[in-house]
Design a protein around this ligand. Structure first.
Ligand SMILES: Cc1cc2nc3c(=O)[nH]c(=O)nc-3n(C[C@H](O)[C@H](O)[C@H](O)COP(=O)(O)O)c2cc1C
Length: 182
């Protein structure tokens, strides 16, 4: 059974709501154990526990929040060098479109890469002109169907990659299985 952790920071609840939809998307893939934790309650052991990790942060001055950065700065003492090869992705809520949410995803992915995570983006469009190439991004909290769908697709894709690459369930490959259907 694949283990998924959705880890988030959120000062006013927007990224927390995104995290709930990311977790919901991951739970949609059968055989996944999914945990949702805020950065205030998570510990380095949670990172060691999971096979797949989605990390969310509010956009703060175009990068991850100080709390999320502190978590990884402090976690590094215990788990750096022990989590290489786990699969990870990012999501972020910003104050406005164009406010730097994708940059924040990239800053999260940079931290994760430093720990040896295999990070990914998603090429799918969940609605017209609405995609998540660098992670799920939105302004404020998820309300519109396409915003909820972007969060859920990120979680679903994380769970699919864990199913394929950790659990060896190749039939769940999201792209190859589509081709087989055609
Ligand atoms: C210190 C700080 C810096 C921020 N910087 C940005 C920013 O660079 N770009 C932006 O669009 N919004 C920025 N915001 C707004 C938040 O990203 C936005 O309100 C977000 O939805 C908050 O998510 P949360 O409810 O999960 O904390 C900033 C907010 C704070 C408190």
């Amino acid at each position: 059974m694949g283990k998924i952790l959705v880890l988030y920071d959120s000062a006013t609840g927007h990224t927390a709501k995104m995290a709930e939809y990311v977790a919901r998307g991951a739970r949609g893939v059968p055989g996944m154990e999914v945990r949702l934790k805020s950065v205030d309650e998570a510990t380095p052991e949670d990172i060691l526990w999971c096979d797949g990790l989605a990390v969310g942060s509010p956009t703060n001055l175009g990068v991850l929040s100080w709390k999320m950065k502190r978590f990884w700065d402090e976690a590094a003492r215990e788990i750096w060098g022990k989590v290489d090869g786990k699969i990870a992705c990012a999501f972020s809520s910003s104050g406005g479109w164009g406010g730097g949410a994708e940059l924040t995803c990239l800053s999260l992915l940079t931290v994760l890469m430093n720990f040896g995570f295999l990070v990914f983006g998603v090429t799918d469009y969940v609605a017209r002109q609405f995609t998540l190439h660098y992670g799920a991004v939105l302004a404020g909290e998820p309300r519109a169907e396409r915003e909820i769908a972007a969060c859920a697709r990120l979680g679903e894709r994380l769970a699919q990659w864990v199913a394929v690459y950790v659990d060896g369930r190749s039939e769940l490959h999201p792209v190859l299985s589509r081709r087989t259907d055609e």
